[in-house]
Ligand binder design. Structure first.
Ligand SMILES: CC(=O)SCCNC(=O)CCNC(=O)[C@H](O)C(C)(C)COP(=O)(O)OP(=O)(O)OC[C@H]1O[C@@H](n2cnc3c(N)ncnc32)[C@H](O)[C@@H]1OP(=O)(O)O
Length: 187
């Protein structure tokens, strides 16, 4: 997506065997003393890793946000820095998305939703109106969150789930119910 809109100067990656990605040079590990002349985008899906890198770097770089041209993003919605809004997704009036949020392909976020930092909303997930998502939560592909539901921080909502009630922090929800913590699913 970045390739469609902007010049990419290079890619940082900890893996020394990677020399190029999509024809762009891999610059190796990101050194602490690196001086940025361009915006940075953290292209990492893991919400916790994205948070850690963002905290490490935010004082010395500006994070780019990317909205694909096929997405519908209400002019009455807000988006933080470092976000990506992918192909065919819809963000409607009154929504507020924090920093480093991934809105994946075809996801739908209806009116007045409040989305915390470092959230990932996977492909084709549907958020009805007035939903709140805490920091770092993953909404699995094709999940449906019913109107007004509040989901806490660092939760995992399974692919295809239907969430019909509030979910506490650090919980996992699969299918149509909260999982017993003893199952230790989704950490
Ligand atoms: C472009 C992209 O790809 S973006 C990435 C989007 N990613 C996703 O949408 C993934 C969301 N993750 C999931 O749905 C995962 O399956 C999780 C987090 C719910 C569970 O993962 P794990 O903790 O590894 O659980 P595991 O695979 O061991 O399954 C545990 C049990 O739950 C069941 N289960 C797992 N996921 C689901 C699901 N989504 N719906 C219903 N049942 C499920 C399994 O069948 C298994 O049942 P069993 O104990 O009766 O055999």
């Amino acid at each position: 997506m970045i390739d469609s809109y902007e010049k990419i100067h290079g890619i940082f990656d900890d893996d020394p065997s990677k020399k190029e990605v999509l024809g762009y040079p891999v610059l190796g590990y990101l050194p602490d003393e690196f001086i940025f002349n361009s915006d940075l985008f953290i292209a990492i899906g893991d919400n916790g890793v994205r948070r850690a890198l963002s905290k490490r770097l935010h004082h010395r770089v500006t994070f780019a946000s990317i909205i694909h041209e096929s997405a519908i993003f209400s002019r009455r919605a807000e988006l933080g820095s470092g976000c990506v809004v992918m192909e065919g997704s819809i963000i409607k009036v009154g929504c507020s998305l924090g920093e480093q949020v991934i809105v994946n392909t075809g996801a739908s976020i209806d009116h007045d939703c409040l989305i915390g930092d470092f959230v990932h909303i996977a492909p084709q997930a549907t958020l009805c109106g007035g939903i709140q998502l805490g920091e770092g939560t993953l909404i699995g592909a094709n999940a449906i969150i019913l109107p007004g539901v509040k989901i806490g921080a660092w939760c995992t909502i399974g692919a295809g789930a239907i969430v019909h009630q509030d979910v506490p922090d650090h919980s996992t929800w699969i299918g149509n119910r909260l999982q017993d913590k003893r199952l230790k699913i989704g950490g």
